[in-house]
Design a protein around this ligand. Structure first.
Ligand code: NAP
Length: 452
């Protein structure tokens, strides 16, 4: 019997946890990990906040599979452009989609598209040095409002409020560091449409935000008692908010406003955001909210929509428009009518929606991989009939980026950082990334990586 081949589309945490599970679960399987970007690690590199260095250290574990000669990385390969779903299905015993959730939810209020109103994703991409990111100028901004009370809102608020020394200790690109160190934002609002007991942020992240040096927390609502059914996280969040309400920061350089039971009804401004109109809300008794009609206006020059992400359809792959995921049963892809797509699997946010921390993807990927291995063992997966990714690209004269190329980028970033007394400074443009690949590569683009 031939050695089974698996393609994983997406080199973020879920894809690399899947690679790791596959390697551990099968003695011979060959794995090709494909990504649109030249670098692996997905949201770990471009989503986890740069000051959260302990989470970033997961990178070494995620890189683990590439030490095996059974695993190859193909960067600069995009599903639907460089390779198609049909080609992958023909070229591999199994295909695992690990594409994450790359769209944003919309507020759906007037003024949402005014300059100054931004998706938190764009802001995160910018400070993370993503090569697709647009500059996020902060000149003229005195007050910023983040909508949503999840961990992304906490991240963007914290990054705006960190002092220059904390920012300099990160791996942000120099241009980002200059913008964030030089801005004059003195008020950051975090606004939730429901109560603090319903917020989705986690207690450690919330406490970190509420206790930033030189930042005065301002709570705009009375805090509720612990609900009888509150879990540990909710009780922890409420305790953190009570502590913050009692905190006095003498000579504070900025204020963090937390406002609940408010939703945006309009962003106002002539040519750019100048204020935000909030409507007070009340519980509808069924977990949602109703507007009370009572409104207040907050003068603000920047709005960050941190109201959740959404999966994007993958060309040729079924898509559930309502939930923004690839329809699946436990990780086996099914068509929209529920019929199985034998040999296709899904992991991570594109499987279950944009919830959970990096580590959640480990058990999630392992669950899908155990079904894949079960299908492989039972013989129901048709053997490949076409070329694999390396052969497909070679036939078209296309060069992917390899794991060795990533190592060259990694070395370049460390060298850039060292020159400035930092551990790393990210290479943030396509041009600079491809330059490192062209001039800094140590092996051919389509070679299997050697065992470490
Ligand atoms: P999230 O936790 O789902 O939070 C989304 C927030 O947006 C909720 O407060 C939600 O309120 C609100 N919202 C949704 N639609 C809205 C609307 N139309 N108007 C006003 N508010 C609206 O999502 P996230 O913050 O994007 O985070 C995604 C996942 O990544 C989460 O699991 C998070 O924990 C994780 N993450 C973790 C870290 C970390 O560990 N440090 C950092 C970043 C992200 P409702 O509850 O009322 O819908």
């Amino acid at each position: 019997m031939s050695v089974p081949r698996v393609a994983i589309v997406g080199a973020g945490p879920s894809g690399l946890f899947a690679a790791s599970s596959l390697l551990a679960g099968h003695p011979g399987v060959l794995i090709d990990v494909l990504d649109r970007l030249p670098t692996p690690f997905g949201l770990l590199r471009y989503g986890v906040a740069p000051d959260h260095t302990s989470i970033k250290s997961v990178q070494a574990r995620l890189a683990g599979p590439f030490a095996s000669e059974r695993v190859r990385f193909f960067g600069l390969v995009e599903l639907g452009r460089t390779v198609t779903r049909d080609e992958l299905v023909a070229g591999y015993d199994a295909v695992v989609y690990a594409a994450g959730a790359s769209e944003d939810r919309r507020l759906g209020v007037p003024g949402e598209d005014l300059p100054g109103s931004r998706a938190a994703r764009d802001f995160v991409a910018w400070y993370s040095g993503h090569p697709d990111a647009e500059p996020q100028p902060l000149a003229g901004v005195r007050t910023a409002v983040a909508f949503g009370v999840g961990n992304v809102a906490v991240d963007v608020a914290r990054i705006l409020l960190l002092d220059a020394a904390a920012l300099a200790a990160t791996d942000m690109p120099e241009s980002v560091l200059a913008e964030l160190s030089g801005h004059r934002i003195a008020d950051v609002w975090v606004v939730g449409r429901r109560g603090p007991e319903h917020a989705t942020f986690t207690t450690t992240e919330l406490r970190e935000l509420l206790t930033l040096d030189g930042v005065q927390p301002v709570l705009h609502d009375p805090l509720p008692d612990d609900p009888p059914d509150a879990d540990r996280r909710v009780r922890g969040n409420l305790a953190a908010l009570r502590d913050a309400a009692a905190r006095v920061v003498p000579g504070a350089r900025a204020r963090l406003h937390l406002a609940f039971w408010r939703r945006p009804s309009e962003l106002r401004g002539s040519g750019a955001v100048e204020s935000v109109v909030l409507e007070r809300t009340a519980s509808d008794g069924a977990g949602g909210v109703v507007g009370t009609g009572e409104r207040e206006e907050v003068v603000a020059q920047m709005v960050l929509r941190a109201i959740g992400y959404r999966g994007k359809p993958l060309p040729g792959v079924p898509f559930d428009e309502r939930d923004g995921v690839v329809p699946n049963t436990g990780g086996r892809v099914v068509d929209v009518d529920g019929s199985p797509r034998v040999g296709e699997y899904v992991v991570g946010w594109i499987k279950r929606g944009p919830i959970g921390v990096i580590g959640t993807n480990k058990s999630d990927a392992a669950a899908t991989v155990s079904l894949l291995l079960e299908d492989l063992a039972s013989g129901i997966l048709p053997a490949p009939t076409g070329p694999d990714a390396g052969e497909l690209l070679a036939a078209q004269g296309l060069a992917a980026s390899s794991f060795a190329d990533w190592e060259a980028i990694d070395a370049a970033e460390r060298a850039r950082g060292a020159g400035r007394g930092r551990e790393r400074t990210k290479v943030e443009t396509w041009h600079a990334l491809t330059d490192v690949i062209r001039f800094g590569r140590t092996g051919g683009p389509l070679e299997r990586e050697p065992e470490a």
